[in-house]
Design a binder for this molecule. Structure first.
Ligand SMILES: NC(=O)c1ccc[n+]([C@@H]2O[C@H](COP(=O)([O-])OP(=O)(O)OC[C@H]3O[C@@H](n4cnc5c(N)ncnc54)[C@H](O)[C@@H]3O)[C@@H](O)[C@H]2O)c1
Length: 452
């Protein structure tokens, strides 16, 4: 294991004003009297805000989307991992409130920014929401506040984008206010790992900021992992998701190798995974999706290209993973062909369109790319997904069909693209004319099944 250096340092007494601010802030974090602001109440911000409120802090959430804000005010959560009852109870107790703008953020001791950081079509990072959020925070910024960015971004953002945007206020980082980056590691739908038991990496703009951010998060997280700088913390997040993207690409290529060799990739990876050291299983699929794995490595590529460095692993992984929907569509075509049918005119029922099992999020989901490709080739494509009632892609709206025996029997092929829990795959295999399974949901089941 790499060495974790003791980055929690004693506060510097040579700057008395800042020292006094830091001591006060640390005390308020520890005794629970601190007020916390969270800007952006999405998949990351809402669970975080709720966790701080649960710990007894008074939390002000700022949410720009009127629809989302209105839902929260009615005590309703739109994030699967946050219960309606929690939102309602914490709101009633006066521990959680939602505001449409940052006017009240000046009263907070710490403000955490959790807004979206998408890529533009050109694959450049779009940090406009981060800049807007910082400017909003900057309008009420006061001496002694701690500002933390949690949005995933390229190394250097906290110093090059966030700090200047906040300093438009006339206050200086490290002199008047504290600044840190702490990447969110939330895994929506994961019942084992959550905010509390997932270690939290923290990198401050200066040592006092690291110390204070660690003091803040250690009230809700069991273990904090301080690193040497905000930039290091930014890269930690990108390394984690690049690691996943590259390993998924490797196993996606392995699936194609197995197909050529007449082998079952699931058997091969499963057997390799019995090695107790030096191997970690990743599983193939019809591509990568969600808000993180397809995007995060591109943030690093963009940054490195600006430094005249081409990250080759990321490039190759992007190519392999990006071609998987086409490969999956080609395998569907092959399965139909084996039964003497063409894609054109076939009825294809897709099971699962969310980007992963157990969630309603279908952003960047490869299942939708596969559906689009098959529909382009003339198939009549429908989908069933208990979590996603409608999905909008490229201007086209798909509405879900209820998963019934008749729907399964009526399809020329059933394609399992996301293996949600709660689906009786044995029954699907029994009733379907043929099945293409891109997720090994039908492991051990018989029927006319072709697996990726
Ligand atoms: N979704 C995940 O699983 C996940 C995991 C780890 C990290 N991240 C990262 O965390 C960040 C947030 O992701 P998310 O999935 O929560 O995004 P999201 O789109 O669900 O939420 C962002 C929210 O911020 C709001 N917002 C934007 N600008 C605002 C402003 N100026 N003031 C107030 N509200 C504003 C938006 O209306 C939206 O509700 C991204 O950088 C993402 O890459 C996401």
């Amino acid at each position: 294991m790499g060495r974790i250096f003791p980055y929690i340092r004693p506060l510097d007494k040579s700057k008395p004003i800042l020292y006094t601010c830091a001591v006060t802030l640390e005390k308020r974090f520890k005794d629970g009297s601190a007020r916390i602001g969270v800007v952006g109440l999405g998949y990351v911000g809402l669970p975080l805000a709720v966790e701080f409120a649960r710990a007894g802090y008074r939390v002000t959430g700022v949410e720009a989307s009127p629809a989302r804000a209105a839902q929260l005010k009615r005590g309703r959560s739109y994030i699967g991992d946050v219960a309606d009852a929690d939102v309602a109870r914490l709101t009633k107790a006066g521990l959680f409130r939602v505001r449409p703008d940052g006017r009240e953020l000046g009263r907070c001791d710490a403000v955490i920014i959790c807004v979206q950081t998408p890529l533009r079509k050109s694959k450049e990072p779009d940090l406009s929401s981060v800049v807007a959020a910082c400017e909003e925070v900057g309008r009420t910024l006061r001496r002694g506040q701690l500002i933390v960015l949690e949005s995933t971004t390229y190394p250097g953002t906290t110093d090059e984008i966030v700090r200047p945007a906040l300093e438009k206020s006339g206050l200086k980082a490290g002199k008047d206010f504290f600044l840190a980056f702490s990447p969110e590691r939330v895994d929506p739908g994961n019942e084992k790992w959550n905010i509390v038991n997932t270690p939290k990496v923290i990198g401050g703009w200066n040592p006092a900021s690291t110390r204070l951010a660690a003091a803040l998060y250690s009230r809700i997280v069991r273990r904090v992992v301080p690193v040497s700088s905000a930039k290091a913390a930014e890269l930690v997040k990108l390394l984690e998701n690049t690691f996943r993207a590259v390993n998924i690409a490797l196993v996606n290529e392995m699936a194609q190798i197995c197909d050529k060799l007449g082998l079952d990739v699931w058997e091969v990876v499963g057997a390799a995974a019995t090695k107790p050291f030096g191997f970690m299983p990743f599983w193939p699929g019809p591509g990568i999706g969600g808000h993180c794995i397809p995007k995060d490595p591109q943030l690093l590529t963009w940054k490195m290209k600006s430094l005249n460095f081409e990250p080759r692993f990321i490039g190759l992984a992007t190519t392999i993973n990006g071609a998987m929907p086409e490969y999956a569509a080609a395998r569907v075509a092959r399965a139909l062909n084996g039964a003497g049918r063409s894609v054109r005119g076939s009825r294809i029922l897709v099971l699962g369109v969310a980007y992963k099992p157990g969630v309603s999020d279908y952003r960047e989901s490869p299942a939708l790319d596969v559906m689009h490709l098959l529909a382009e080739d003339g198939a009549k494509v429908e989908y069933c997904d208990a979590f996603v009632p409608r999905a909008e892609v490229g201007g086209r709206v798909w509405r879900r069909k209820t998963l019934t025996d008749a729907a399964v029997k009526g399809a020329d092929l059933v394609a399992i693209l996301t293996a949600h829990p709660g689906v009786d795959y044995a029954r699907v295999c029994r009733l379907a004319r043929r099945v293409f399974d891109a997720r090994n949901a039908t492991a051990g089941l018989s029927g006319r099944v072709e697996r990726l």
